[in-house]
Write a protein that binds this ligand. Structure first.
Ligand SMILES: C[S@@+](CC[C@H](N)C(=O)[O-])C[C@H]1O[C@@H](n2cnc3c(N)ncnc32)[C@H](O)[C@@H]1O
Ligand SMILES: [Zn+2]
Length: 348
């Protein structure tokens, strides 16, 4: 943990400042120790260089639903399957950053000096790409993925933190942007997650809040895939992980065949990436589906005056091949929608 993370992090229970007590330090970073709440909530461990800011670790009682233990375990197992250097969701990191900038309506030069939360950072690859381009990034995730990410994704402005979106361990009024792709609908309450992060945003008119959420599905999906998912969600990781690895060639071959037949359009993926995606489909204990209008309403209630649905295409000039990148990304993001919220009323 870098010392300047203390300027960005807060007690997840009461929001107070934190004080670091190091027991092991290397190259000016805290490898192990504790972050203590200045208001007396207790101490949160720092392990393998990552602060674990889960309220239950400071002896705060949480309901079982709030701890989200099963989600923590299943996503932890999922990101163990990921091989660093590989694509994520079939997309290279260079393309992911282009998509993220398109979603945030920023150019690469806008990133310099910005303080951003990647909420539910998963493997941390995108968080690193943002930090490598000059941003300061808090990469927050509930699962143990943050420990692997800390090892493989190092960047001077990048801070991995284990935390729960229901109790964001973030200082209020500090962040220029929140970016969250495919996360809130995997918590017990999508709207609660959306609302919980808003206080972390600075109160100025350049802030951005981007979320990508699952859309409502067709009746066909609801009567076929959804019941299967209800079953697999209860399957333990030790069984589901190898099952996804074994099934990935079959799923990939079918998806390529359907693409050739023109029935759907999926970009090809390597088998390791496909296995991660399959696990992501079958394992999360919570999966909620929303309409854009519903999510827009949450944003308006939070005082955002500009709420835009992200178009995953661009027209006009070539823009250095951006439309081609977005075209490929459409095969990934089709089941949901992106929403960019801006221009929040001052004093909210
Ligand atoms: C589908 S993955 C998306 C990862 C990443 N945003 C991406 O686009 O590749 C969802 C992530 O959300 C995290 N997550 C789920 N519930 C969470 C919570 N309550 N607080 C923080 N992270 C959570 C999971 O651990 C998982 O890494
Ligand atoms: Zn506290």
């Amino acid at each position: 943990m870098k010392h300047d993370a203390l300027n960005l992090l807060a007690c997840p229970h009461c929001g107070a400042d934190l004080q670091a007590v190091a027991t092991e330090v290397a190259e000016n970073e805290i490898l192990s120790g504790q972050l203590r709440c200045m208001s007396g909530c207790g101490g949160y461990p720092i392990e393998q260089g990552v602060p674990r800011l889960l309220p239950e670790l400071a002896s705060r009682t949480q309901s079982v639903g709030e701890c989200q233990e099963q989600a923590r375990r299943s996503f932890g197992a999922q990101w163990e399957m990921y091989e660093y250097g590989n694509t994520t969701w079939g997309i290279t990191v260079d393309d992911r950053i282009r998509v993220a900038l398109h979603e945030l309506r920023w150019t690469e030069s806008d990133l310099a000096g910005k303080v951003i939360v990647d909420a539910g950072c998963g493997n941390g690859v995108l968080s690193k790409a943002l930090a490598d381009r000059g941003a300061t990034v808090v990469a927050l995730d509930l699962s143990e993925s943050v420990f692997r990410a800390e090892k493989y994704c190092r960047s001077p402005g990048l801070h991995f933190v284990q935390g729960n979106l229901f109790f964001p361990p973030l200082k209020a009024n500090v962040f220029a942007a929140i970016y969250s792709c495919g996360v809130f609908h995997h918590t017990p309450d999508t709207r609660r997650s959306f609302d919980a992060l808003v206080p972390a945003l600075k109160q100025d008119d350049v802030v951005r809040y981007f979320v990508w959420l699952y859309s409502k599905r067709s009746w066909l999906f609801n009567v076929t895939v959804e019941p299967l998912m209800r079953l697999t969600r209860r399957t333990p990781s030790w069984l589901l992980v190898p099952a996804c690895q074994v099934l990935s060639p079959l799923v990939e071959a079918s998806s390529r065949l359907l693409t050739v037949l023109g029935l759907v359009q999926y970009a090809p993926r390597n088998l390791r990436d496909r296995a991660v995606q399959l696990h992501d489909l079958l394992s999360p204990p919570f999966v909620w589906y929303h309409s854009f209008e519903e999510a827009r309403h949450w944003a308006v209630q939070q005082g955002f005056r500009s709420v835009m649905r992200t178009p995953y295409h661009v027209s006009g000039d070539d823009l250095n091949g951006l439309d081609k990148v977005l075209h490929k990304y459409r095969t990934v993001c089709r089941p949901g929608f992106g929403m960019l919220c801006r221009d929040r009323e001052a004093g909210r």
